[in-house]
Design a protein around this ligand. Structure first.
Ligand code: UD1
Length: 400
């Protein structure tokens, strides 16, 4: 399917232009509906027909983001840069989303970045208000590598005066896809997909058609699911090159696979080997695949150290795997050791966040007995129609 993390940036990018935009290959997931409601609330007209979304931004009549909608998903922060760039003012609440960072998920990099473009920031009790008379290009160094902050400042820079340089930028494929689209509409962005991005500001950009790139996290999740359940599956319309870190590890732990430019076939592994991973920004091992990989390691021979370096609350779900019978020791909030192989048993569980949610689904598929997972809203946020698709692959799964 199309990538959630690409769609959620391309939709707000529609606000950078006054022209109509068409987005193709959008996944049917809840976060997309929320992004469209946020646009509608601003007065923007949107139309959804199967996987195609049409956006007409001409009728926009305000720049304050609806708190009730924005509070519900982290990517609402992506609307701030484009609104500030085009209308020089925006107000928004602290965004919601998966609770995977201690003390919530910060937006300090965004605020600091917007300030460098000359925006004034007023923090009220319930929201932030940003204003600028003119946005001027800047030289900005990200002290922490952040995907969304890189995309937000890149979008802001497109309409700022002068040449902006973003250093220590994130390099995820979704950032390059966003830059490619903006460049096709008149933006002047160089270096997206590397750590230094240079953006020459332009007066305005056009809008056109964008086809969402394949979801690499979904591809990786299905690939891990196949290996964990000892199944053979073929994933089509994907981009194996975007999950190179995972595939290189597959070679080392005995998971046979074949790949083409846009397909990936996982074959039944015999004896899985354990492996230590450390999550890292792209092109390293993605934090979003850490939880599915941890489940896989419960089936591998030996001990694996799982080191989550990006988020400090993203290993708490291992408690549920332990309840299912996994042998996992938590060393500290960032590291766990998995000893395998162990048999897992079905349990009643609650999905804590999106990616841990899919990990529990994978664990349930290999477990003996029935598993009931609650709070599946979290899984639906990122994985389209997961129950029906897994049933198609032979899984016994039902949405209650
Ligand atoms: C994006 C992805 C998410 C993925 C993550 C890391 C989207 C919509 N979401 O999230 O699926 O898990 O990248 O690959 O694209 N940070 C700060 N201050 C900030 C912003 C971030 O300290 O203002 C920190 C975060 O707490 C985290 C690190 O930066 O420790 C990286 O997070 P970031 O890349 O920003 O993740 P997101 O862009 O939110």
């Amino acid at each position: 399917m199309g990538a959630k993390n690409s769609a959620l940036k391309i939709i707000p990018a529609a606000l950078l232009s006054g022209d109509n935009m068409v987005i193709k290959n959008t996944p049917y997931i809840k976060d997309i509906d929320k992004a469209l409601s946020l646009l509608e609330d601003l007065g923007v007209k949107t139309e959804k027909n199967r996987r195609t979304i049409k956006i007409n931004p001409k009728t926009i009549n305000k720049t304050d983001l609806n708190a009730k909608i924005a509070n519900k998903f982290r990517a609402s922060i992506m609307f701030v840069g484009p609104l500030l760039a085009r209308f020089k003012e925006v107000s928004f609440p602290h965004p919601g989303g998966c609770v995977i960072g201690a003390g919530g998920r910060p937006i300090d990099l965004f605020l600091d970045g917007f300030k460098h473009f000359g925006a004034e920031i007023i923090k009220n009790e319930n929201n932030y208000k940003l204003k600028a008379t003119k946005l001027k290009a800047c030289d900005y160094f990200f002290t922490v590598v952040s995907v969304t902050a890189t995309e937000a400042l890149m979008m802001t820079a497109v309409l700022a005066n002068g040449v902006t340089t973003l250093r220590n930028s994130a390099m995820e494929p979704e950032i390059k896809a966003l830059a490619d689209y903006l460049n096709s509409q008149g933006a002047k962005i160089k270096g997206a997909g590397t750590s230094t991005i240079k953006i020459e500001g332009v007066k305005k950009i056009k809008a056109g058609t964008f086809k969402i790139i394949p979801d690499r996290i979904e591809t990786g999740s299905f690939a891990i699911m196949a290996a964990a359940t000892r199944s053979k599956i073929r994933i089509t319309r994907c981009k194996p090159d975007h999950i190179r870190a995972l595939l290189e590890i597959f070679k080392k732990i005995n998971i046979p696979f074949r790949e083409g430019v846009d397909w990936l076939e996982i074959n039944k592994p015999k004896k899985l080997r354990s492996y230590n991973i450390k999550t890292h920004e792209f092109p390293g091992f993605p934090t979003d695949l850490q939880s599915p990989f941890t489940v896989l390691m419960t089936q591998a021979e030996g001990s694996s150290l799982i080191h989550e370096t990006i988020y400090d609350r993203r290993l708490l779900y291992v408690d549920m795997l332990s309840q299912m019978g996994a042998d996992i020791t938590m060393c500290d909030p960032h590291r766990v050791v998995v000893n395998g192989p162990t048999r897992l048993y079905g349990k009643n569980l609650t999905s804590p966040d999106l990616r841990a949610g899919i990990a529990l689904v994978i664990a349930a598929l290999i477990a003996q007995g029935k598993t009931k997972i609650d709070n599946i809203y979290q899984i639906n946020r990122g994985y389209e129609n997961i129950d029906a698709r897994l049933r198609g692959l032979g899984a016994k799964i039902k949405k209650l």
